[in-house]
Design a binder for this molecule. Structure first.
Ligand SMILES: C[S@@+](CC[C@H](N)C(=O)[O-])C[C@H]1O[C@@H](n2cnc3c(N)ncnc32)[C@H](O)[C@@H]1O
Length: 247
């Protein structure tokens, strides 16, 4: 894997995908349901095909695959992909890097949820992700990007709990801004009976006009931004854009 971030091996939830879904409760599929609404608003129907970049455990695709016949999930972490394939065997999951992926086909919809784009730090790499989105788009393709709203980082979750038969763990998360780099440092301490675990991640913040610029450079017109007032997603903006067929 071409290293771009520090979130991989150092992150407890990435090392143990089975815990990811317990910590970030996906019950009710709130994000996927919002995507369903956005796609219906913007396309007038549910798309026939969808590509999810940085799909993680595939929890959103589980719901979207009940509506969309042709879904593909891509992630660059083998542990996440192995878990996704085991848990959701009917979904097409591919190991790949969203900066370089080329499946040589297009989709009617492309999504990236759970701040997967925030793992991409360098401007040049954000450009490469947008080029990937353009390469998998046709005129009219709708792209949905879940980003951290830089003005609402105070709403990011401070506490997480895992409470399953084998493990009881609580996490406290602290955030620190590195303004010059537009990075948010996320320091998480897990308390378990066996001792403490420390996670460190850096999340790239994108301001709305900046995101619009990257998208426009690759042929996408921003349509609107949606929000979901849920506990774990109160800091999220879901930006929808449509591909013009150029770029
Ligand atoms: C916070 S998780 C979100 C997972 C999933 N979208 C969700 O909401 O549950 C971010 C995911 O993005 C993936 N990711 C980060 N950088 C990536 C890259 N360059 N290419 C593919 N996947 C990437 C990570 O491996 C991780 O699974």
């Amino acid at each position: 894997m071409d290293r771009q971030t520090d979130t991989g091996a150092s992150n407890l939830l990435y090392r143990h995908p089975e815990l990811y879904e317990v910590a970030y409760d996906g019950a009710g599929h709130a994000v996927a349901r919002l995507a369903e609404t956005i796609l219906h608003d913007q396309l007038g129907h549910q798309p026939a095909s969808l590509l999810d970049l940085g799909c993680g455990t595939g929890r959103d695709l589980e719901y979207l695959a009940t509506l969309i016949p042709d879904v593909v999930g891509v992630d660059h972490q083998r542990a996440m992909l192995d878990y996704a394939r085991h848990r959701r065997p009917r979904i097409d999951f591919r190991l790949g890097d969203m900066r370089t992926l080329r499946l040589e086909r297009t989709f009617e919809a492309i999504t990236t949820f759970g701040y997967a784009l925030a793992d991409i730090h360098a401007n040049r790499d954000i450009d490469r992700v947008m080029a990937t989105c353009a390469a998998h788009s046709r005129p009219g393709t709708v792209l949905i990007v879940e980003v951290i709203d830089p003005l609402r980082t105070g709403e990011l979750p401070r506490t997480l709990t895992i409470d399953i038969p084998d493990l009881r763990a609580d996490a406290i998360t602290e955030y620190r801004h590195h303004h010059a780099q537009q990075l948010l440092e996320q320091h998480r301490t897990w308390r378990r009976a066996q001792g403490l675990v420390h996670d460190l991640a850096h999340l790239r913040l994108l301001h709305p006009k900046e995101l619009e610029y990257y998208l426009d450079n690759h042929g996408f017109d921003v349509l609107c931004a949606y929000q979901l007032p849920e506990k774990h997603t109160a800091a999220s903006a879901f930006v929808a854009a449509r591909h013009r067929g150029d770029g």
